[in-house]
Design a protein around this ligand. Structure first.
Ligand code: GRG
Length: 295
């Protein structure tokens, strides 16, 4: 199947799974579930679940296990977008082509929906159907915690918030991208190896691929903030400059930033191919898509 077809298939499988997990009831609190569904089902590229699927494919991990892990990661990602859009963070009114959750619902519900998606992600990873070996489940849970909290995404968001008022150098901005974006992507790429019982060395190669891919992903995201179209991206553009946020693109310039993203993808794909050969082609085509994406 083509990458487009594959991506569409995985997005549908993730939506199906989330639809079952986030069941709306007649309970008085069901507005919260509706909010969780609004932000996680039926929109978004679902590239992180795709990374779980593509790395799982390399180790013959059954699809249903990859979908559960992919959905957990997507829930954490959706949480981060909901909170990122809040007025106290990036203050964005459009996300994934529709009103941000706090606009459609309200700020308090958005806060709770983000928290609940984050918590539900760990509940799913703890389930026996993810893997019969509890050590593997604990490994997945521990890794997801590391890349989501202060040692990952939240830590990166802290630097991001500070970057509007401080003149951070290239090294600190690289750390920002590493924590805020690349850590979760690295875990998504490594998770197929963990699920498939691959050696520590093989998992390390997948993780390294994911870090390079994640760093490129954020550079492309910052380039699209300058060159992209709101109707393709489904979110506001030209935001970073407007609020004086420094990032790697603003300090490198567009041309050098594009070259950097391309080099990161070339290194990532080369190293992956050297270790895994043709089995890694799905992950490699995703990497190429991330470099050339316009949404
Ligand atoms: C605990 C208050 C609190 C915050 C959570 C907000 C936050 C921590 C982290 C921000 C994470 C963030 C927004 C990172 C940027 C990563 C990024 C480039 C996201 C866009 O990902 P895509 O393009 O989006 O995959 P879709 O919509 O396709 O899923």
């Amino acid at each position: 199947m083509s990458l487009d077809g594959d991506l569409e298939f995985i997005a549908k499988e993730i939506d199906k799974f989330l639809d079952l997990e986030l069941e709306v009831s007649s309970d008085p609190e069901s507005r919260l579930v509706q909010a969780m569904r609004y932000s996680s089902i039926g929109s978004g590229k679902k590239v992180r679940p795709y990374m779980v699927y593509a790395s799982s494919y390399m180790f013959d991990v059954p699809l249903e296990k990859a979908i559960k892990v992919g959905a957990s990661i997507e829930m954490v990602h959706s949480f981060s977008l909901i909170h990122d859009d809040l007025p106290c963070m990036d203050d964005d009114d459009i996300r994934r082509g529709k009103p941000s959750l706090h606009i459609k619902f309200d700020e308090s519900t958005a806060l709770l929906a983000g928290n609940s998606l984050l918590i539900k992600a760990f509940k799913i990873l703890g389930g026996k159907l993810v893997h019969s070996d509890p050590n593997i489940r604990i490994n997945l849970i521990s890794n997801l915690a590391d890349v989501s909290g202060h040692t990952g995404m939240c830590g990166g968001q802290m630097i991001d918030l500070l970057s509007t008022t401080q003149d951070f150098d290239r090294k600190i901005l690289q750390r920002l991208n590493y924590l805020k974006t690349a850590a979760l992507i690295a875990f998504s790429c490594e998770s197929g190896g963990i699920l498939g019982g691959a050696s520590a060395k093989k998992c390390q190669v997948l993780k390294r691929f994911g870090f390079n891919l994640g760093l490129a992903f954020q550079i492309v995201d910052d380039i699209l903030d300058i060159e992209g179209e709101e109707r393709n991206l489904g979110k506001r553009v030209q935001k970073d400059k407007a609020i004086g946020k420094r990032n790697l693109v603003s300090i490198y310039g567009l041309k050098a930033a594009k070259a950097e993203a391309q080099e990161l993808i070339e290194i990532a794909n080369r190293e992956l191919f050297e270790s895994f050969g043709k089995r890694s082609l799905k992950l490699q085509s995703l990497a190429n898509f991330i470099l050339s994406r316009n949404y």
